[in-house]
Design a protein around this ligand. Sequence first.
Ligand SMILES: [Zn+2]
Ligand SMILES: [Zn+2]
Length: 183
Amino acid sequence: MFIEIQELEQHPIDFEEEIGPDVLDLGEDFRQIAPLHTAGRAQLVEEQHGKHKIVKDIRVDGSLNMRVELACARCLEPVIQDVSHKFDLLYRPQGTDAGREELSVTSAEAEVSYYQGEGLLLEDVLREQVLLALPLKAICRDDCKGLCPHCGKNLNVEQCACAEPVEDPRWLALKDIREKLNN
Ligand SMILES: [Zn+2]
Ligand SMILES: [Zn+2]
């Protein structure tokens, strides 16, 4: 969905969209497994720059909900996570702020980014917000035992032979002495 400046000059745009898997490129670590749901509003914010110049910003605020699958950080089995995220963003025309620092930010709580040309693709906004909202890692359950560092077996599924505790050779020596003393 393209958010056009020209349309925003007439009225704010309320959006409510379902975005299917594979529309947003989330990289290889995440798989979107259900449609992403988003709702919000885009509106024009006019900023007076100097005496004569009006800069047309686009403010986008809303929320998104989605379900993703990623690998458990310990055992690499798939984990499903629900992600919810709220955003309130301000897009200025590309180049507006080049070499300027005296600008007043219209909305103090809004993050500032830039748009090029006639407007802004909602999908680009969402992709960026999704990447911010995704968990850095997840575990499948609190007591996940992970993979054996030696043989790579999933210890939630089976116990392997390398996990047996190794006896300290110094204690073995003491045990020897004690056995000799006892005899
Ligand atoms: Zn796990
Ligand atoms: Zn092992």
